[in-house]
Design a protein around this ligand. Structure first.
Ligand code: ADP
Ligand code: ADP
Length: 225
């Protein structure tokens, strides 16, 4: 587990500045949700924390280490996307094992980690299947399993439930909440769904036009006049 410290983070695409100097401290174990209108910069900020976008100014620290020049693979993070990003030709087991194999983890360790994650997400019985033989909810569980397999310091979620129907969305919301209560991993979660933000967040960050407009508890943000 580690905190994330964002200081004066700026993002420019050419001469267009889309983040204007974001200051935000995320504590160890905290569940932080980014909300705000489409185009306000939520996803860009998340991808900068992941190392998938470069930082044009300021710094991003994870666990007290400046990450600006550290590639995604050097950051102790795992990201879950809405399109799952599963490898279609690999089994569920191999999809979950992929990141550990890349890091040349010993076989026994890979097996233990994958089985532990599969147990937590209740997908033990799906390990031999290919992604195409899974339902949407099962694929989402595999994507989350792939993230927790490495036991990262930080989870990053980019609208992970947007492609699911309402019923599955509420089921997975509960699942994500349970995961966080169990693992207590620092989590940063992007969504435009107010129910997700209210149920999941310790802290909500409202972005608008590349700035932070408001930071507070779900109550502060949604229930105070
Ligand atoms: P959100 O996730 O809040 O919908 P984004 O972070 O995706 O917003 O986008 C923030 C702003 O950055 C938008 O105005 C978007 O058009 C712009 N943007 C995102 N990616 C690129 C890119 N690769 N090149 C140029 N502009 C981009
Ligand atoms: P790992 O499981 O170790 O993250 P991957 O090969 O799945 O290994 O991913 C390598 C890097 O690429 C990771 O940092 C991950 O966040 C990023 N990545 C994986 N899938 C996508 C995607 N669909 N879009 C953008 N980045 C991705």
């Amino acid at each position: 587990m580690a905190g994330v410290d964002i200081k004066g983070a700026v993002k420019r695409y050419g001469n267009v500045q889309v983040l204007h100097g974001i200051d935000l401290e995320i504590r160890d174990g905290e569940f932080v949700v980014f909300v705000g209108p489409s185009g306000c910069g939520k996803s860009t900020l998340l991808r900068m924390i992941a190392g998938l976008e470069s930082i044009s100014g300021g710094t991003i620290e994870i666990g007290g280490r400046v990450m600006n020049d550290v590639p995604p693979r050097g950051r102790d993070i795992a990201m879950v996307f809405q399109d799952y990003a599963l490898y279609p030709h690999l089994s569920v087991f191999e999809n979950m094992a992929f990141g550990l194999r890349l890091r040349k983890a010993p076989k026994a360790e890979v097996e233990t980690a994958v089985k532990r994650a599969a147990g937590i997400l209740k997908i033990d019985h799906l390990l031999d299947r290919k992604p195409r033989a899974l339902s949407g909810g099962q694929r989402q569980r595999v994507a989350m399993g792939r993230a927790i397999v490495r036991d990262p310091q930080v989870f990053l979620f980019d609208e992970p439930l947007s492609n699911l129907d309402a019923l599955l969305r509420s089921e997975m919301r509960v699942e994500i909440k349970r995961l966080h209560q169990q693992l207590k991993t620092t989590t940063i979660y992007v969504t435009h769904d107010q129910v997700e933000a209210m149920t999941l967040a310790d802290k909500i960050v409202v972005l608008k036009g590349g700035d932070i407009q408001q930071v507070g508890s779900p109550d502060d943000i949604y229930n105070r006049p």
